[in-house]
Ligand binder design. Sequence first.
Ligand code: NAP
Length: 315
Amino acid sequence: MKAAVLDKFGHVDVMELRELPIPEVGDDQVLIKVAAAGINPIDWKIREGWMSDRYGKEFPMVLGFDASGTIEKVGSGVQGFTPGDAVFARSNVGAGGCYAEYVVLNANTVVHKPDRLSDEEAAAIPLAALTALNGLRDVGRVRPGHKVLINGASGGVGVYAIQIAKNMGAEVTAVCSAGNSDLVRELGADAVIDYTRQDPLASGDTWDLIYDAVGSLKYLQAREHLTPEGVYMTLVPVADIDFFFPGQTKIEARGGYFLVWAPTAADLQILADWVDEGRLYSIIDSSFPLDEIRAAHERSQTERAKGKIVLTLQE
Ligand SMILES: NC(=O)c1ccc[n+]([C@@H]2O[C@H](COP(=O)([O-])OP(=O)(O)OC[C@H]3O[C@@H](n4cnc5c(N)ncnc54)[C@H](OP(=O)(O)O)[C@@H]3O)[C@@H](O)[C@H]2O)c1
């Protein structure tokens, strides 16, 4: 099979297309023929060598945590999938493995793909939208009427965070540059702050959740703009925060947390159900064929994506 492969960490040119054997399926796994794969900033951070404590240094390495495609083979212990099923998934195997024509994934992170999504739209969802869901639900404990500030609202995570916060009944203020204002309003934002013209925290408002998908708001400053039970959470480690781990239930009022989470099929199914109900959709910034993987990473590293970047693997 063709795959985008790394043999060492470095700049985009360390990724090259070459043939690898199709991986073997374990008992609790499925083999997916990949039609589209999502690109996430974590991918280029791993490629640069910044994440080797967490994702290892084993080469050859294939990146990519999001896939959409069809089931090719099913492990002996797996129920609920048969060859030919259209699925989408969030890899929890190594550095992901989805930038390839085939990927073996643990079945507990795979769900059936909603019919209304193209493969590109489906591959955009898992990592980014699960990050939004986990942060809003588990750290922010967002309830109807809560006021939520989303910083980085036009990016890969932000476009889902707006929609999910609205699905939870929140009042959403989106922080983005002026050119993305129409987009975030279409996604449901009730108010928009242009961070290039105004400090997002200087509006005089207080928030039940400040969801910082950029890491540009300082926590000690942000906490002064939280309601008495409010919480600040960030996707990028910043000073003075704690870590929020999967399964953690204790949240300090006016605390600051960096989100750490684990993907589950149950959460991905919540997102699939919202898609089926017309309450969640994808915004595609750009799409690249597998052999343009370097250009896809260059686009991601601009940190200017408007929605999601995806790779296509089949015509
Ligand atoms: N902890 C976790 O589990 C986790 C999970 C997912 C992602 N992350 C991290 O979270 C970050 C965001 O991920 P992503 O996929 O959303 O990234 P992304 O798609 O690359 O984000 C790009 C967006 O960020 C906006 N942006 C850049 N600087 C900004 C600023 N100072 N203020 C407000 N918006 C700004 C850009 O808008 P403009 O063009 O308008 O500036 C653009 O739309 C990444 O660092 C990623 O690695 C962490």
